[in-house]
Design a protein around this ligand. Structure first.
Ligand SMILES: Cc1ncc(COP(=O)(O)O)c(C=O)c1O
Length: 295
């Protein structure tokens, strides 16, 4: 069955304070962010109608705008309310929210000082990023020829639109070779993350994850580190080299979209979803559905 295109759906998208009918939520061809990629966005999930870690995501959006020198004309409370109202009016139960901050059409130059900053929030039902089969046996990753850049060369700690061209190129490289996703190294050749998720590996029951010096330190990443510690699992945030991966017992990915997803293969190395991955996946699934942890 063909998927409904994202511009042809029922519902409302919150744009600059107004609930806009879904099909009318459009921007002009000369929108500055469309031309130069200078936007900041968020990816948030709702479970049973409750938004998980809303505050953390809104604060990251605000911080990302500061890093990108975007003058966001909304407060934390106004952005949170836009998200809550979007979930309510669209009757979302288990879904995804996509806030986006962009520069408009007041000028076409590379400087955005005279351009208005806009905010939109879309939300839709979206149960799972990876298929059920992938979730069970683990996704396959191909090491990407594209690397994460150093913090001096790109706004690596903002969820900035322009950075995602590397993710798209990486994901295409993996999919073209029959893999689900890519494992990205950083500019020094160290293990970094996936195209839109963070990376964890397990050895002798202990958890290892790369230090997020030049990539997004995910909200799910810190949630899973906390869950591991609560369950008595030692966690090491450290430099991980790709040569080490063949000696590891388990690997998994974390992200708002990806949740906790086992990794079954990296290039030619095969892994089985093991006890630590299964435990943390189950704990995460339990936590996101606890109403007390939603705000
Ligand atoms: C590049 C990248 N890394 C990591 C993540 C995971 O971050 P989070 O757990 O906050 O969703 C994401 C998703 O937001 C991402 O796009």
């Amino acid at each position: 069955m063909a998927m409904l295109p994202y511009d042809d759906r029922d519902g409302f998208i919150w744009i600059d304070g107004k609930m806009t009918p879904w099909r009318e939520a459009k921007v002009h061809f000369l929108t500055n962010t469309l031309q130069y990629g200078s936007g900041v966005f968020e990816g948030i999930r709702a479970y049973n109608g409750n938004i998980f870690k809303l505050r953390e995501h809104v604060l990251r959006l605000i911080e990302g705008c500061k890093i990108m020198d975007m003058r966001l004309p909304y407060t934390e409370e106004e952005i949170s309310n836009a998200c809550l109202e979007s979930v309510r009016i669209n009757k979302i139960s288990n879904g995804y929210l996509r806030p986006l901050v962009w520069h408009g059409t007041d000028d076409v130059g590379i400087s955005t000082h005279n351009i208005k900053t806009h905010l939109g929030v879309a939300t839709w039902e979206w149960p799972s990023y990876f298929s059920v089969a992938d979730q069970e046996k683990g996704i396959s990753l191909k090491t990407s020829p594209w690397r994460r850049p150093p913090a001096e060369c790109a706004p690596v700690h903002a969820k900035a639109c322009g950075l995602y061209m590397i993710s798209t190129l990486s994901k295409h490289n993996a999919e073209n070779a029959g893999y689900t996703d890519s494992l990205m190294l950083d500019y020094r050749g160290r293990v970094a993350e996936l195209s839109i998720a963070n990376f964890f590996t397990v050895k002798n029951g202990e958890l290892h994850t790369p230090e997020p010096g030049c990539f997004l330190a995910g909200i799910t990443r810190s949630t899973v580190i906390d869950l591991a510690k609560k369950n008595g699992i030692k966690v090491y945030e450290r430099v991980i080299m790709p040569e080490e991966l063949k000696d590891m017992d388990e690997c998994f990915a974390t992200g708002t979209a990806s949740e906790v997803t086992p990794i079954g293969k990296i290039d030619d190395i095969i892994y089985k979803p093991g006890p630590v991955t299964k435990l943390l996946k189950a704990e995460y699934e339990k936590l996101v559905r606890m109403p007390s942890d939603t705000l």
